[in-house]
Design a protein around this ligand. Structure first.
Ligand code: IPM
Ligand code: MG
Length: 354
């Protein structure tokens, strides 16, 4: 099979982890005789430095023409500490999501038996956790207008906006996911306070009628934040708006044992983007210590969702599991005896070819 992959390493540890993802792609291509073409593009702080724009038009074109996009991370401390910066790297990520119509961010959360005891939660609560969060990605408070500051600078405002069609399409996707799984959907909102949440509830209720086999329940986000940690096994598919999904998936990453392990897929209108859920981890930039597994598992999701190549995805996942079982891991997982980012990447690529 011939596929073109747009590669956007981004900032911080992005380039280091993406390199491991590419190694894995090449190993899979070699083993299964696929023809993969990689084309690199700028995004984030790197893109601002070069072009003034965190998501330049050339990068947009590159993504549109690709069969899938592999994305590293975005963010640079020099902008975080400057509240008056006119352009910010994160705007590149938001522009990419909006322009590519990446409306659903799929973040699976499972526990790995070999990491039992690594998470700061009692292990018996975590054995066999397996749920997926569908985070809405192109609406809500991240994009709503008006947003800004009053002229005197004393007041600031953000606006959360949701249209019916935006809720409908992601809730439908959540129900389709549930049909492949345990047929349960939890809609997370704040309907006791927010008008957007009340629209979510009514639209979700209507969509659920199309899926009589799916059981849908509704949960306020504060309660969901608590239940995720207390009874994570009870969830199957969670669907929620943009900001709640951002917060809950960072929380959920604690369940697996390391933020560095969680992959994601963003389903889009033009193409889909695959990226680890963690950020650019600037403190580790260039040190070859970051965990590449979130990226490598995102590559597995790419083979599965974008190319429909399930065996390839499974081989990648098996190699990752094996690296965890054999303790061939980075320092976030084993601080006493760890391997570097590139050593873990090499090991997994070799395991795929073995
Ligand atoms: C994520 C990140 C981004 C978000 C940031 C970097 C803008 O936290 O992908 O979860 O908030 O969506
Ligand atoms: Mg986040």
């Amino acid at each position: 099979m011939k596929k073109k992959i747009a590669v956007l390493p981004g900032d911080g540890i992005g380039p280091e982890i993406i390199e491991q993802g590419i190694k894995v792609c090449k190993a899979v291509a070699q083993r299964f005789h696929h023809d993969l073409e990689f084309e690199y593009g700028w995004v984030g702080a790197e893109a601002i430095d070069r072009t003034g724009n965190p998501f330049p038009d050339e990068t947009f074109e590159l993504c549109k023409q690709a069969d899938a996009v592999l994305f590293g991370a975005i963010g640079d401390p020099k902008y975080d500490n400057d509240p008056d910066a006119k352009v910010r790297p994160e705007q590149g990520l938001l522009a990419m999501r909006k322009k590519l119509g990446l409306y659903a961010n799929v973040r699976p959360v499972t526990t790995f038996p070999s990491l039992r005891g690594k998470a700061p939660i009692r292990p018996e609560l975590l054995d066999g956790v397996d749920f997926v969060v569908l985070r809405e990605l192109t609406g809500g408070i991240y994009f709503g207008k008006p947003q800004g500051r009053s002229e005197d600078g004393l007041t600031a405002y953000d606006t959360s906006v949701y249209h019916r069609f935006e809720i409908e399409r992601i809730v439908r996707l959540a129900c389709e996911y549930a049909m492949q799984r345990d047929k349960r959907v939890t809609v997370v909102d704040k309907a006791n306070v927010l008008a957007t949440s009340r629209l979510w509830r009514s639209v979700a209720g209507e969509v659920s009628k199309e899926f009589p086999e799916v059981t849908m329940d509704f949960m306020f986000v504060d309660n969901a934040a608590m239940q995720l940690i207390q009874w994570p096994k009870k969830f199957d598919v969670i669907v929620t708006e943009n900001m709640f999904g951002d917060i809950l998936t960072d929380e959920a990453s604690v369940i697996t044992g390391s933020l560095g392990l969680l992959p994601s897929a963003s389903i889009g209108q033009y193409t889909s983007v695959f990226e680890p859920i963690h950020g650019s981890y600037p403190q580790a930039k260039g040190k070859n210590i970051a965990n590449p597994l979130g990226t490598i598992l995102s590559v597995a999701m790419m083979f599965e969702y974008a190319f429909q190549l399930h065996e390839e995805a499974e081989i990648i996942r098996k190699a990752v599991l094996k690296s965890l079982e054999e303790n061939y891991v980075t320092e976030d997982i084993n601080s006493e005896h760890s391997y570097t980012t590139s050593e873990v990447g090499d090991w997994i690529a070799a395991a795929i070819l073995a």
